[in-house]
Design a protein around this ligand. Sequence first.
Ligand code: TXA
Ligand code: MG
Length: 350
Amino acid sequence: MDTKWLKIEKENMDSRLLKEAGNIIKAGGLVAFPTETVYGLGGDALNPESARKIYEAKGRPADNPLIVHIADFADLERIVSYIPETARILAECFWPGPMTMILNKADCVPYETTGGLSTIAVRYPADRIAQAFIKEAGGFVAAPSANTSGKPSPTNAGRVYEDLSGRIDMLLDGGDCEIGLESTIIDLTEDTPVILRPGGITMEMLMETLGCVDIDQTLLKDDLTTPPKAPGMKYRHYAPKGQLIIVEGGQEEVVSKINTLLSQAASEGKRTGVIGTTETVALYHADSIKNAGDRKDEEEIARNLYSILREFDDEGVEVIYSEAFEAKGLGQAVMNRLLKAAGHRVISAK
Ligand code: TXA
Ligand code: MG
């Protein structure tokens, strides 16, 4: 199949184009679209055949459920069996936005969409192109991130095309994603809300709103025996092809440790890379040196992380060292993804 790659302006959306994209979804086809977090690979959430196509296009295991995207809070009622008070409060505070809620599904949602689960993940994205597209598509768009399974999520249309060209009908190009990391997932099906994946709506923000929030403990450690509660979090993820290792410690120690490790790797003939920050990039010696952003600006680091990981692949970098980041606020999501990308390989600079 030929994939149509179409640019769309946020300020001046072409309604004919959005209608065409919506009709593809209604007819059971696939359209990749921008959201404020990462690009999504969309299909009709109420059509089991569309869910099957999504899994196939992504090369994703079918037990890994999809997120259903809506563009109107009133539509939530149709796809869940019950809306708890916590969901109303969170929606009021953080929707539209980078937050996905897990609720019990309604009968009309096929098990193909939820990976066989009786719960459903729902998000109301803030991106205006996403909202207009979802409305044209009938209101319920199932979408995982628009990458080949295992790769870092795409934060621009070029990266989607690289992974999915020939596998989807259309790609709506809305430019770069603002946040750059996937949404926060919060499970509201138990007594205490549980964060299954950290993201743009931080643990601190959720605590402040709900008072009491747990975090899935398997996210915090390298525990391969207990499966995480979000099925997708168990897969190797976000990973560059090269071996990524995180080095933690004080800034000076980290720079000197990473330089020692880089020169060892170089002497073994390996192509080397490093993820540093504005404060440190000038101090490194490597084949490829990336600046994730200002150490104090977690948002900038979040926005850059996935494109950096993918650039190392383009450049054939074999060994990558990254500085660690403070795991608070959005930094918790940054470190969660970085740790997964590194397969939890962390060494101390001491
Ligand atoms: O920001 C995002 O959330 C992006 C954009 C496109 O919206 N989407 C995204 O989808 O990251 P995906 O499929 O790459 O990740 C969805 C995660 C997976 O880890 C999946 O296992 C989990 O959500 N999930 C989906 N339904 C679930 C459910 N019923 N219970 C627990 N986890 C669920
Ligand atoms: Mg994904």
